[in-house]
Design a protein around this ligand. Structure first.
Ligand SMILES: [Zn+2]
Length: 161
């Protein structure tokens, strides 16, 4: 993310990344949970991400407005991360990530990741489900920030012995 950007612009970009990470769940025709086989296929998503990245890389104004080629590629990575993260749910069904080539399911279930009940008491379990995800992924974010901070601190030391 460009360091010169203002905080609101960085927040807007982070919101875009969150939106991109949820593209496979978007309720579109022939997409989302109605066509889980297509919308959660790494092959279908990689094709769409490749097209989107190629389009953004050729559309200079859009790419520059977004922060450059690295930011565009990272947005694509956040989109594809959805497939991996959905494979972590503990229902053990995994994700049919290889449609249409294979019916194999990617299943990397972690016991603490639950899905929200469909048509059930949403409010009762939603808080717990979201809290567990926030704690797990928030810890990863804090770890990344700490690692970056330590790296930049060490880099500063090496420049000024
Ligand atoms: Zn999903």
């Amino acid at each position: 993310m460009p360091a010169r950007w203002t905080a609101p612009r960085k927040l807007a970009l982070l919101s875009l990344f969150v939106g991109m990470a949820n593209v496979p769940d978007w309720p579109l025709p022939f997409w989302g949970h109605h066509r889980y086989d297509i919308s959660h296929s790494i092959i279908a998503n990689a094709l769409l991400v490749g097209l989107a990245i190629a389009g953004m890389l050729f559309w200079r104004r859009g790419r520059d407005h977004m922060g450059g080629a690295a930011v565009v590629v990272f947005a694509g990575v956040t989109w594809l991360s959805h497939i991996l993260l959905d494979s972590l749910y503990n229902h053990s069904r995994g994700v049919a990530a290889f449609w249409p080539i294979s019916g194999a399911h990617l299943n990397l279930a972690l016991p603490w990741f639950e899905t929200l009940p469909q048509g059930g008491p949403f409010a009762q379990s939603a808080g717990r489900v979201f809290s567990i995800e926030a704690a797990f992924f928030g810890s990863l974010i804090l770890l990344s920030v700490a690692a970056r901070w330590a790296l930049l601190k060490n880099r500063g030391r090496s420049k000024h012995p």
